[in-house]
Design a protein around this ligand. Structure first.
Ligand code: ZN
Length: 166
């Protein structure tokens, strides 16, 4: 008799972590584990419980979107653009909510890059590039918008960088 219990909270938690498709995959994986793992009673109990938990979650919760939906405008607002660009070049205060520094996107000899922190955007008077943080990441890494979004998102969620983004 398994000592595990299945609660509504647990199902909600599972549902927030896994889509229904992923839950079905988990069930398949657990059934394979049941067949192939050494069948001591503890692991049998665990895998049977895990299958039941996935099945109950499937039956009692709505299919949820993956918890990793990225909202570009929220992401932009939740990060500190000055701190982010400041990782690539030294920025100095240059007015209210305005910072300047040597542009890391071209060979700059005088500070041509301006970052407007309150507006969440930047502009370089040397190479005439500008935009928001995603544009900066795209220019700096020569990548697509999608890749820039993913990169910003993963950095935001990385604990060691959280202070840069808050
Ligand atoms: Zn520039």
């Amino acid at each position: 008799m398994a000592s595990y219990t299945i609660t509504h909270d647990l199902c909600s938690h599972m549902s927030s972590r896994y889509t229904h498709k992923a839950l079905k995959h988990e069930i398949t994986r657990a059934k394979e584990a049941l067949e192939h793992f050494p069948h001591d009673k503890a692991s049998l109990d665990y895998w049977r419980y895990y299958i039941e938990l996935c099945e109950v979650t499937l039956a009692t919760t709505k299919d949820s979107a993956p918890s990793y939906t990225i909202n570009a405008s929220e992401l932009k607002k939740s990060l500190n653009l000055t701190a982010y660009i400041g990782r690539f070049t030294e920025l100095h205060t240059s007015g209210i909510d305005r910072y300047s520094g040597l542009c890391p996107l071209h060979h700059d000899t005088a500070p041509s890059l301006f970052v407007y922190s309150a507006r969440h955007d930047w502009y370089c008077f040397g190479c005439l590039k500008g935009g928001d943080v995603f544009n900066f990441i795209m220019f700096y890494n020569d990548c697509s918008f999608r890749e820039a979004l993913a990169l910003a998102n993963s950095e935001l969620r990385g604990s060691q960088l959280s202070e840069v983004w808050v």
